[in-house]
Unconditional design. Structure first.
Length: 276
């Protein structure tokens, strides 16, 4: 038997012998530890190092850091081996399902990275998004309002019905005060600091020149009239174009993934069964 092996070795002299030796030596060098006959390779250490610390930090790790990381990997393999041995049949089946799910998730992400290219965001898409979302880029509508308040919790809900849009609220409020009604007329704008969100929402939903319905809040009656409005301009499209592209790019990627998924389904044989 030994003579046969020697003869076989002689036959591998030359380029073939050199290639086999280099491959063997490389394999030996790649294994940096064995844990109960389970090898840990240099490539595995490198992978864990990059995932744990990132590329830049991994380059700065040094021999001592690599040794500590290897010890951590050894301990994890020992614990994993023990845990696997303790699994019941149900837990083992559950573990295999988790493995399969991770495999599919990992491979599908790699497929997307290597095979799917999203269509670049067009100028038309940028303009359409800009025009539909001007408030996002600084356009604001400021409304000036009058608010009439009746601090009488027992007053009927219709006590402010005489404050309609076609009259001067200042004069009417003064007339009411002269008749003994304790009214308060206030002026303000929608963007006033400290304005109640409840008030702000009412004002936002009242058209210019119109009057809100009467609300009872905190034991008082209130009513609003929008008397003026000013719209501030949004930033120019040229200033926010790249921001819009960044916003729309993920949408383009999702669209490309959806299209590729539809193509793959058409090419595949898929059978679905009832799940109940």
């Amino acid at each position: 038997m030994r003579k046969c092996l020697v003869l076989l070795a002689l036959l591998l002299v030359g380029c073939g012998e050199q290639d086999v030796k280099q491959e063997s030596d490389s394999g030996v060098r790649d294994v940096i530890a064995n844990v109960n006959d389970v090898p840990i390779t240099a490539q595995e250490l490198e992978h864990v190092m990059l995932k744990t610390f990132g590329e830049y930090a991994a380059m700065q790790l040094g021999d001592e850091g690599r040794k500590k990381l290897l010890e951590s990997m050894i301990i994890k393999k020992l614990m994993a081996e023990q845990q696997l041995a303790q699994f019941s049949e149900y837990e083992l089946a559950e573990f295999k399902l988790a493995q399969q799910a991770y495999r599919d998730e990992y491979l599908s992400k790699r497929y997307i990275q290597q095979n799917i290219t999203a269509t670049p965001v067009s100028e038309e898409q940028v303009k359409a998004y800009y025009n539909a979302n001007l408030s996002e880029f600084g356009q604001k509508m400021q409304r000036k309002f009058e608010m009439i308040t009746l601090p009488n919790s027992k007053a009927p809900q219709n006590a402010l019905d005489s404050f309609v849009k076609d009259i001067d609220w200042r004069e009417h409020a003064q007339d009411q005060k002269d008749e003994g009604t304790a009214l308060i007329l206030s002026l303000g704008t929608q963007g006033d600091k400290g304005l109640s969100p409840f008030y702000r929402n009412i004002i936002a939903n009242v058209a210019l020149g119109e009057v809100s319905k009467t609300y009872r809040l905190d034991n008082k009656l209130i009513r609003f009239k929008v008397i003026a409005e000013h719209k501030s301009d949004a930033k120019p499209l040229s200033e926010v174009k790249e921001q819009i592209r960044k916003t729309l790019s993920p949408i383009q990627i999702k669209r490309a993934i959806k299209e590729e998924a539809a193509r793959l389904k058409q090419q595949a044989k898929i059978t679905r069964y009832a799940m109940d």
